[in-house]
Design a protein around this ligand. Structure first.
Ligand code: G3P
Ligand code: CA
Length: 228
């Protein structure tokens, strides 16, 4: 059994404002093996790292991410200090330092994400083993799989491990990413026996982490990397 992948959720969300370069740096300082982030396409076509479909909750602005230009988004302030980062800025920070789990949160992200990941592999020295592209959205995963079968995929689910498993077979995904409440020792083992990695989220309680570690999952995503 390979070592458990310790993954910082939106960076180190429990310590520094989520999905900021400072949060990713904090997670790295705390010794994570990987970080998780959320990506959307903005109105001018760039890939930006932010969780919600609007900027309202996490910045001093209002509006829909996919209707705002990069200049408008970069003008906003996250938690009084930080910028909304580009995916490229996060990947530069992480290069050679950690694994990256890129969640396609927004719509129409598969094509630009695939182009960008190909660029990283072909021009910037990244390997397809250095990252995974995950999503709850079947459509985005399907498109990604059609465009480039080398890009490792993770099927996110909050509803059903069985469904995630079926989709994973359909897209030849590398991993399933179920919410931890869906896991049993048995369904983890079955997924792994079928060749899938199991990365689970978002566990912020020490007892839950110890219980889920006992299922021999391949990765745990947490807001508090120190708990791992
Ligand atoms: O990738 C796991 C987790 O991030 C999915 O949920 O809402 O935090 O993006 P959410
Ligand atoms: Ca996410």
């Amino acid at each position: 059994m390979a070592a458990l992948l310790k993954i910082g959720h939106r960076g180190a969300k429990g310590h520094v404002a989520e999905n900021t370069l400072a949060s990713f740096e904090k997670a790295l300082e705390m010794g994570v093996d990987g970080i998780e982030l959320d990506v959307h396409v903005c109105a001018t076509g760039e890939l930006v790292v932010i969780h919600d479909f609007t900027v309202d909750r996490t910045t001093n602005g209002t509006g829909e991410v996919n209707k705002m230009t990069l200049a408008e988004l970069k003008h906003l302030v996250v938690d009084g200090h930080y910028e909304i980062p580009l995916l490229s800025e996060v990947m530069t920070l992480c290069k050679g330092r950690c694994f990256v789990n890129i969640e396609m949160k927004g719509r129409h992200t598969a094509q630009p994400v695939s182009i960008f990941m190909e660029h990283l592999v072909n021009e910037e020295g990244w390997s397809y083993d250095d990252f995974i592209v995950s999503s709850f959205q079947r459509e985005e995963l399907l498109i990604m799989n059609e465009i480039n079968k080398n890009i490792p995929l993770g099927v996110l689910t909050q509803a059903s491990v069985t469904q995630a498993w079926e989709w994973a077979q359909e897209f030849s995904a590398k991993a399933i990413h179920p919410h931890y409440s869906l896991l049993t020792e048995s369904n983890v083992k079955k997924a792994q026996q079928a060749g899938l990695k199991v990365h689970t989220w978002t566990i912020n309680d020490k007892e839950d982490i110890e219980r889920i570690k006992g299922y021999n999952v391949d990765g745990i995503i947490t807001d508090f990397p120190e708990l791992l």
